[in-house]
Design a protein around this ligand. Structure first.
Ligand code: UDP
Length: 381
C-alpha cells in the first residue's frame, strides 16, 4: 500500500519506518527544510557547537524498547541534565533537592529533618491538588514555590499557576537527597551526532521517500491509501473552528568565548527577568570541546498564526475547542492524527516514539483485520 505521512519529526519517521519495514511505500513530506521537527540539531558553522535549534532536547526514558530503538539509529553518549536556577539573587540546584533546601533556608538538615521541615511549610489543607499552584503549595510550601516555580511558570505559560493543571508540576521531582539529576529515568543520553542524523537514519529505508520544504496540499492525498498527520490538528482543518492555543518560544542568540555559564541550562525564577532560561549548547555535548560558545536566551509567548507551536496550552477553553476538533477528525475518514501536534499534547521524545511504535503496530493490525484505521490511535484527551 501507499501512505502519505505529513511531518518528518519523530512521529512521522518512526511510523514511516514501521510501515516501510512491513512492505509499504511511504512518502513523507515536511514543510521545513530539515527532518526531526523541533528536536532538529545543527552544527554552528562559526564555533562548531552542536545546536539544539528549537531549544534543549534531552533524551530520557524508562522504556527499554524505546531505548533499544533509538540506539539502533544513533550512538548515544551519557548525558545527565543538571539544571541550575538563578532566583532571588542566588544560584540553586534543581530539581529541588536537599542542597537546594539547605542553601535556600540556610540550614544543614539531613534527609529526614528536611522532609519534616518541608512538611511544616506545606499546606496540608490541600488534600487533592488540582492546579499547579495547589500542587506546589501542597508539596513544597510557599517560599520554595515563589522562588522557583511561580515566576518561571508565569513567564513560561503566560497565566497564573492557579489556572494550570497540577500535571505540569508533576514533571518535576522533589528530592530529599543530593541527587540533582533532573530526570529519574533509567536511560538518559544524547545522540553523539545530534538528533537530525538519528531521524535521517530512521528514514533511511528503500521504501521511504522524504520531501523537504514541501507543504501539504490536499491533492497529495489522492491515490494514497491512508494519511498520517503529525502537524497541528487544527491545521489539518485550516483552523475552521478556531485555533488551538500554543506557547511558542523566541531564542535570542548570543556568542561567548570560553564558558558562559558553566552548565547547559540555567533557569531564571524571578518574574522580573524576562526570559525563562539560558541554554549554553556546547554543554549538551560534553564529550566535545569548543573554545567558542553559543547561548540562547529563551522567551515564551502566545503563538500567533505563523509561529512555530511548542507547548499546547490545554486550559478549559482549549480543551473545549479540542473536543470539537476531535469530533471533526473522527468524522474524517482516511487520516490518522499522531504525535505532539496531531494530538495536541505535551509529549516528551520517548513518549512520542513509544506512541509512534504502537500506532504503527495498531495500524498494521487494522490492515490485517480489514478495519479502517481510526482518527486517533492514542487519545488526545
Ligand atoms: N518549572 C518551574 N521552574 C523551573 C522549571 C520548571 O516553575 O525552574 C515549571 C514550569 O511551569 C515548566 C514545568 O515546570 O513548564 C515543566 O518544566 P520542564 O523543565 O519539564 O519543562 P520543559 O523543559 O519541557 O520546558
Amino acid at each position: 500500500m501507499r501512505f502519505l505521512l505529513v511531518g518528518a519529526g519523530l512521529s512521522g519517521a518512526v511510523i514511516g519506518r514501521k510501515l516501510a519495514e512491513a512492505g509499504h511505500e511511504c512518502r513523507i513530506i515536511d514543510s521545513r527544510d530539515h527532518v526531526a521537527g523541533n528536536c532538529h540539531t545543527a552544527r554552528d558553522q562559526a564555533t562548531g557547537v552542536m545546536m539544539h535549534v528549537y531549544g534543549p532536547h534531552i533524551f530520557h526514558t524508562d522504556d527499554q524498547g524505546v531505548w533499544d530503538y533509538v540506539n539502533r539509529f544513533a550512538t548515544f553518549m551519557p548525558f545527565q541534565n543538571r539544571v541550575k536556577s538563578t532566583t532571588q539573587g542566588a544560584v540553586y540546584s534543581l530539581p529541588i533537592n536537599l542542597l537546594t533546601i539547605n542553601q535556600f533556608f540556610g540550614k544543614t538538615m539531613r534527609p529526614d529533618e528536611a522532609r519534616d521541615f518541608i512538611a511544616d511549610q506545606a499546606d496540608l489543607t490541600i488534600e487533592d491538588p488540582q492546579s499547579f499552584e495547589e500542587q506546589a503549595l501542597r508539596f513544597v510550601g510557599r517560599p520554595l514555590y515563589e522562588a522557583f516555580f511561580k515566576g518561571y511558570t508565569e513567564k513560561q505559560w503566560g497565566c497564573s499557576p492557579t489556572e494550570l493543571p497540577a500535571s505540569i508540576l508533576k514533571r518535576l521531582p522533589v528530592r530529599f537527597n543530593y541527587d540533582d539529576n533532573y530526570f529519574f529515568h533509567r536511560f538518559q543520553g544524547m545522540p553523539r551526532d545530534g538528533y537530525t542524523p538519528m531521524v535521517e537514519a530512521i528514514l533511511d529505508h528503500p521504501r521511504i521517500t522524504v520531501e523537504l520544504s514541501t507543504p501539504y496540499d490536499p491533492a497529495m492525498a489522492e491515490g494514497v491509501d491512508h494519511v498520517f498527520w503529525s502537524g497541528p490538528l487544527d491545521g489539518y482543518f485550516d483552523y475552521q473552528l478556531g485555533r488551538l492555543g500554543y506557547r511558542t518560544l523566541d531564542f535570542e542568540r548570543f556568542d561567548h568565548q570560553g564558558d558562559y555559564q558553566g552548565c547547559a541550562v540555567m533557569n531564571y525564577g524571578d518574574r522580573e527577568v524576562p526570559y525563562t532560561r539560558i541554554t549554553e549548547h556546547k554543554h549538551f555535548s560534553p564529550w566535545e570541546s569548543h573554545e567558542g560558545s553559543v547561548c540562547y536566551r529563551e522567551f515564551s509567548r502566545a503563538a500567533e498564526p505563523g509561529d512555530i507551536p511548542y507547548y499546547p496550552i490545554r486550559l478549559v477553553q482549549e480543551k473545549a475547542l479540542l473536543e470539537e476538533y476531535i469530533a471533526l477528525a473522527e468524522r474524517t475518514p482516511g487520516v490518522t492524527f499522531v504525535g505532539r501536534l496531531g494530538t495536541y499534547r505535551y509529549l516528551d521524545m520517548d513518549v512520542t516514539i513509544r506512541e509512534a511504535l504502537d500506532a504503527g503496530d495498531a495500524f498494521l493490525s487494522c490492515l490485517t483485520e480489514g478495519r479502517s484505521a481510526p482518527a486517533f490511535l492514542t487519545s488526545p484527551r
